[in-house]
Ligand binder design. Structure first.
Ligand SMILES: C[S@@+](CC[C@H](N)C(=O)[O-])C[C@H]1O[C@@H](n2cnc3c(N)ncnc32)[C@H](O)[C@@H]1O
Length: 431
């Protein structure tokens, strides 16, 4: 009996395949043309644990990198056929759950930096059953995380090595635990709380069975999660699209005169202010966060007393007068109604000429960028929704948000540094 291909199993036509291959060739050539920096690029892509080098890689014509990704992904999807693509896509959570298992049991830390380890020994070290260890790792090997160079033996590759690093493990821990579990509750939470926008009625709350917002839950119930969150923020700031380099290039910090005060609201362990202090030695910085967010840093002073850490809840009125208030990766955590409260709490402390720097992503309009770039931006949008009913915003949504906070707050400048997923938006209070 002959098997007829169903329309949904249709393979790509020759023309479609050739167009995709032409696209791949074109963007590959664009990357290859960067002869001078090519060595840096391939080197940094192979050793992603070196933040300072990765910054350079992230600045290599990101548009070409996204075009290459988009064309490669389209080719893979075309090769699969529609039904297979969609069904595989709907099972994306399965490799992520294998990663969750690997991170939870610290498997990467039990694999030697050089050489191999047997599944048997790895399972013994991690205190887990060997068959489970093998199944999880083999799923990951199929996704190019870890390698099995000889049957039954595991070794690191450039991806798995990231998991062996403390901060990398923390970040992947949050992504595969809090984020993953919360994301599985998007529709149930919407039904349960009738599409509430409150941070205490988010998918996270259903997943973790708590009435507290994620940050309050971390602080008061499971402080190890707050510690892990702080390491994660430092990890993301270390390199790539959210590198702190972009914070430095997104605003002229050297233009601030000696004695200027910068308040970093929700500043975590102070990584942003350390980066700023390194380029302008005259600035005084205050890092504000909740107690658990600051961790061991609270009440300390660093950088020859130029950075102070203080506990402050950004949902209460700002008490510290400053020339610049930095809100990096804060407002996207919240819905408009809650983000407005944070902004309004700033206004009473506002001195003439003071500014607010918001560093967050600006969502592209549909079709404005390649699919790969759009997907990256949208990952974060769904992520913020899942954790706190937050959202990413396009430029119109940002403008409306600030209008809601106060009609006198005006956007005076926006800079998106090359290779950065985040933009710096500068707001001032006009008369
Ligand atoms: C997404 S992180 C951003 C950290 C840092 N600004 C950065 O760019 O890496 C959000 C920060 O807000 C802090 N935070 C959460 N709720 C807060 C509150 N009510 N008041 C002050 N800080 C808060 C968290 O502890 C965390 O450090």
């Amino acid at each position: 009996m002959s098997h007829k291909l169903q329309p949904q199993d249709r393979l790509p036509t020759r023309e479609e395949l050739h167009r995709l291959i032409r696209d791949i060739n074109r963007s590959t050539r664009a990357l290859e043309l960067l002869d001078d920096t090519q060595n840096t690029a391939s080197h940094t892509l192979d050793s992603q644990t070196r933040p300072e080098a990765s910054i350079k890689a992230s600045q290599l014509l990101p548009a070409d990198r996204y075009e290459l990704q988009t064309a490669c992904e389209s080719l893979v999807h075309a090769a699969k056929g529609s039904k297979d693509y969609l069904c595989t896509f709907a099972q994306s959570h399965r490799p992520v759950s294998a990663l969750q298992y690997a991170v939870h049991f610290h498997l990467a830390k039990h694999v030697p930096q050089e050489g191999v380890v047997s599944f048997k020994k790895l399972a013994t070290k991690a205190d887990i059953p060997e068959p489970q260890c093998q199944r999880a790792i083999r799923m990951l090997v199929a996704c190019e995380i870890f390698e099995e160079p000889a049957v039954g033996y595991v070794t690191h590759n450039r991806y798995s090595r990231l998991l062996a690093d403390d901060k990398g493990e923390a970040a992947l821990g949050i992504l595969t635990d809090e984020c993953f579990r919360a994301a599985s509750c998007l529709a149930p939470a919407a039904t349960h709380w009738n599409h509430s926008q409150e941070r205490t009625k988010a998918p996270f709350n259903l997943a973790f069975n708590t009435e507290m917002s994620m940050f309050d839950f971390q602080s008061s119930q499971e402080p190890w999660r707050a510690e892990r969150f702080r390491k994660t923020m430092a990890f993301f700031g270390g390199s790539g699209k959210s590198s702190l380099e972009h914070l430095i290039h997104g605003f002229d910090w050297t233009s601030l005169t000696a004695g200027t005060t910068v308040v970093d609201i929700g500043g975590s362990g102070g990584h942003c202010m350390r980066a700023v202090a390194a380029v302008n030695t005259g600035i005084h910085s205050i890092v504000q966060d909740i107690e658990a967010g600051l961790g061991d840093y609270q009440s300390t002073e660093t950088f020859e007393r130029r950075i102070k850490f203080t506990v402050h809840d950004f949902f209460s009125p700002q008490t510290h007068p400053a020339d610049v208030y930095l809100l990096r990766w804060i407002l996207h955590d919240y819905s408009d109604q809650e983000a407005v409260i944070i902004l309004k709490c700033l206004l009473p402390a506002f001195m003439p000429g003071a500014r607010i720097l918001v560093m967050d992503s600006i969502l592209p309009s549909p079709g404005e960028v390649t699919k790969a770039e759009e997907k990256d931006a949208r990952l974060s949008d769904i992520g913020m929704w899942a954790l706190l009913n937050g959202r990413e915003r396009d430029i119109y949504a940002w403008t409306i948000l600030f209008q809601m906070a106060g009609p006198r707050l005006k956007l005076v400048n926006t800079i998106t540094p090359q290779g950065s997923a985040l933009s710096v938006m500068e707001f001032q209070l006009v008369q």
